[in-house]
Design a protein around this ligand. Structure first.
Ligand code: GUN
Ligand code: ZN
Length: 428
């Protein structure tokens, strides 16, 4: 058992606006205790905890902020070396850079090395839960799960299902994918802190047979998640509707194969029709915003306010390697700028909620991750708002915790992530 001492910030519920001080706990001289299994026992003022748990080791983080670990709801484990590939939009980017790089994951040694590097980079940036695409090769997620298990990290992942419109080196026939997916589910789903996501890449790389396989996997494994891409890019939407001419819109393709539920994560969801928005609301499926990717690939501007108002559930993610940063702080900053272009100033309480408790709720895992509360995992990060000369200087004028969080997201990066703990164990 241990006590962490410092400033503590964690959400209690979704904030209504920037003045909603009842939506979070903020303890200036706080403490959090957790047991040897990394489960949080108590959060309170440090003075009370230190009396109650007299002989317990205290780790003092001074004036730094103890915060729930960030949750990344969408990224691609085989794309770490695709980041910063110049000059293309989605479909050309996939063909020119991404598919060739993903084909390297046929090699086990490559999978092993990349899974370690990938999770290191996430953890280094304060991301303690990851929802990830593998490559088409089943061993890609096998190695990712092994590495997640080794560090006791919550990782939700799936081998990507794709059987057309890409090089043979990244395609697998639908019946073979069914068998390999089944095998990984039985080996890893709900084992350690790993969970499986059925992962048809997107409609363009899926034959109707592959969609049927996804449907069957879904029906047979209802506790698994589903992750795919939706309406990211105008050319993508056009090609998709040409491939599925009997469907009235993009979302209807996934709907036809019964892939939409409250466990379905639809990355991007930018250029949606009214019918699609309505259907996402009805099915409780989740629009996953990937701001750095949407800007980098010139895909479009996510309509956060409209989706919120229409009652669609939303989440936030890095989308590495279309996304350009493993940092959730950089991701929140770009999300803010995208909303500014739509004349909406996303407030820092909303964006930090998104990246912690909000994403946890989207996964239905709010009683395990995303907040610092009794019974949750001690997936904790320590934020340093004075980690660069500019931040130190700017912080001289900072008056409130909301302002401090905004400074952190606007100016911060991996240097602001002082320490990272997964289930109470130090990883950075
Ligand atoms: N759509 C289908 N595959 C991908 C991918 O790997 N990245 C992004 N950003 N969009 C996709
Ligand atoms: Zn993606």
């Amino acid at each position: 058992m241990k006590i962490f001492k410092g400033r503590i910030f964690s959400f209690l519920r979704k904030p209504e606006d920037i003045n909603d001080t009842g939506s979070y706990i903020y303890l200036e001289k706080g403490g959090v205790t957790f047991d040897d299994k990394g489960i949080i026992i108590e959060v309170d003022d440090y003075s009370k905890l230190s009396k109650k748990y007299e002989n317990t080791e205290t780790i003092d983080f001074g004036s730094k902020i103890i915060f729930p670990g960030f949750i990344d709801l969408h990224n691609h484990f085989p794309q770490t070396q695709v980041i910063a590939s110049y000059g293309t939009k989605l479909l050309e980017w996939l063909n020119k850079y991404t598919f060739p790089n993903e084909s390297l994951f046929v090699d086990d040694k490559h999978c092993e090395r990349e899974s370690k590097i990938f999770l290191d980079l996430l953890n280094h940036n304060g991301i303690t839960t990851s929802v990830s695409f593998g490559s088409v090769h089943p061993n890609s997620v096998e190695y990712l799960f092994q590495e997640a298990h080794r560090r006791n990290m919550c990782v939700i992942a799936g081998n990507v299902l794709m059987d057309r419109n890409a090089p043979d080196t990244v395609l697998e026939k639908a019946d073979k994918s069914y068998l390999s997916s089944k095998e990984i589910i039985s080996k890893w789903h709900n084992v350690s802190r790993c969970k499986y996501a059925i992962t048809p890449r997107f409609a363009i790389t899926s034959t109707p047979e592959l969609m049927e396989v996804s449907q069957t996997l879904c029906a047979e494994n209802q506790s698994c998640y589903v992750q795919t891409h939706l309406s990211e890019n105008i050319d993508e939407i056009k090609t998709t509707l040409e491939l599925f001419p009997d469907q009235k819109d993009y979302l209807s393709i996934y709907d036809k194969y019964k892939l939409l539920s409250n466990k379905t994560l639809l990355a991007h969801s930018i250029h949606l029709e009214m019918n699609e928005i309505e259907r996402m609301k009805e099915t409780k499926s989740i629009a996953v915003h990937c701001p750095t990717s949407n800007l980098f690939l010139g895909s479009g501007l996510f309509k956060f306010k409209e989706l919120e108002e229409k009652g669609v559930r939303t989440a936030i993610a890095t989308d590495v390697g279309g996304g350009t940063s493993f940092s959730m702080l950089r991701t929140l900053d770009e999300a803010y700028k995208i909303q500014q272009l739509g004349n909406y100033s996303l407030n820092p309480l909303a964006s930090y909620f998104w990246s912690t408790m909000g994403n946890a709720e989207c996964l239905g895992l709010q009683d395990q991750i995303g907040t610092i509360k009794t019974g949750n995992c001690a997936d904790l990060i320590v934020l340093n708002s004075k980690s660069t000369p500019l931040m130190r200087h700017r912080m001289e004028k900072c008056k409130t915790i909301e302002e401090e969080l905004f400074i952190l997201q606007t100016l911060g990066d991996d240097r602001a992530i002082d320490s990272v703990f997964i289930a109470g164990k130090k990883i950075k």
